[in-house]
Write a protein that binds this ligand. Structure first.
Ligand code: HEC
Length: 138
């Protein structure tokens, strides 16, 4: 190679390196941007729809306690799996009064001043999520 040829080759190599460098930094920029723009959305949707958040926003935890293990106002609702099927539990949340005849509920009526309110204004899908969550609490 002559001297000018070496210079040309060297410039070509430098351009190629700069080009690759720019490409790789661009790509990570894009990734960062898409990651930061989608992260809050994902956070919001899981936040709004998790059964725990639903129950605190609806107010279940206000009576049953933040750990759902009961307060002076309402019973422990861990382990309700032994009493309810999924469908019955959803129906119960929508209309508790129609399930009051059992001995368990008679003793609840003596023990607690307030009654379980009916949640027929809540989207059934969300009640389903809550039911699924309650049915797996031990
Ligand atoms: C105003 C207080 C109050 C609120 C709010 C409340 N509950 Fe209750 N809950 C009660 C009481 C009191 C009982 C006991 C039954 C009765 O007296 O009606 C009960 C009973 C229950 C039971 C039946 C327990 C069993 O032994 O089978 C479940 C399940 C339940 N609540 C879930 C919920 C869920 C889920 C929410 C929110 C969507 C909620 N409760 C909101 C007071 C409340």
């Amino acid at each position: 190679m002559t001297k000018p040829q070496i210079w040309v080759a060297a410039f070509l190599v430098i351009f190629l390196l700069l080009f690759l460098l720019e490409k790789s930094t661009n790509r990570s920029d894009i990734q960062e941007k898409s990651a930061s723009s989608s992260a809050p959305q994902m956070g919001q949707s899981t936040q709004a729809s998790s059964p725990q958040d639903l129950m605190s926003s609806i107010g279940c935890t206000g009576c049953h306690g933040t750990d759902l293990k009961g307060t002076k106002m309402a019973p422990n609702i861990h382990g309700v799996k032994k009493y309810w099927t999924r469908d019955n539990l959803i129906n119960y949340l929508r209309n508790p009064v129609s399930f009051m005849s059992s001995e368990r509920f008679k003793s609840y009526r003596i023990k607690y001043e307030v009654m379980m309110p009916s949640f027929n204004n809540i989207d059934v899908k969300n009640l389903g999520k809550i039911a699924d969550y309650l049915l797996q609490l031990q």
